[in-house]
Design a protein. Structure first.
Length: 159
């Protein structure tokens, strides 16, 4: 007896396809999650683009590919998806899949890089001293770091 499984690609059954993908990830069926997420990402769904980027970063469901992850994070970030923008910043900071670029990392919202660059510019370490740069929003005090660090780049750590 052939058994087929249908996947809901619409909202009529009471579930979103991204929820089915989340269930697949939770159960360890990364291939199914990829099959569900990729069409959504290609159609411009920012959450799916972000999650596809994560799959490329950790190598679950897709071969690890930081360059592909950067492409999908960029697409989601352009739609205002904050976690994608932060994770793109981490890729720029670490030079994974993109050229290492601390300024781009800071501009993408990577709090650690913002802190380090803010200090460099404030004290003229390795760059021309520029006291205006930290004042533009890059923190120079570690007091601002712990609260933001908890949320930046956490998803890039493999489980």
């Amino acid at each position: 007896m052939n058994q087929t499984t249908s996947v809901c690609l619409c909202r009529t059954c009471g579930r979103w396809p991204i929820e089915d993908a989340g269930d697949a990830i939770a159960s360890g069926d990364y291939a199914k999650a990829l099959r569900l997420i990729r069409p959504l990402a290609n159609d411009g769904d920012a959450a799916a683009q972000y999650n596809l980027g994560l799959m490329y970063v950790v190598g679950r469901g897709a071969q690890q590919d930081y360059a592909a992850a950067a492409v999908w994070f960029q697409k989601a970030a352009q739609q205002g998806y904050a976690l994608a923008q932060s994770n793109l910043g981490v890729l720029y900071r670490d030079g994974r899949g993109v050229p290492q670029d601390n300024a781009k990392a800071a501009d993408q919202g990577d709090a650690v890089t913002q802190f380090l660059l803010g200090n460099q510019y404030a004290h003229g370490i390795g760059v021309w001293q520029d006291l205006a740069r930290p004042a533009l929003g890059w923190p120079t005090s570690s007091a601002t770091l712990p609260a933001t660090r908890r949320h930046v780049g956490w998803a890039l750590r493999p489980p």
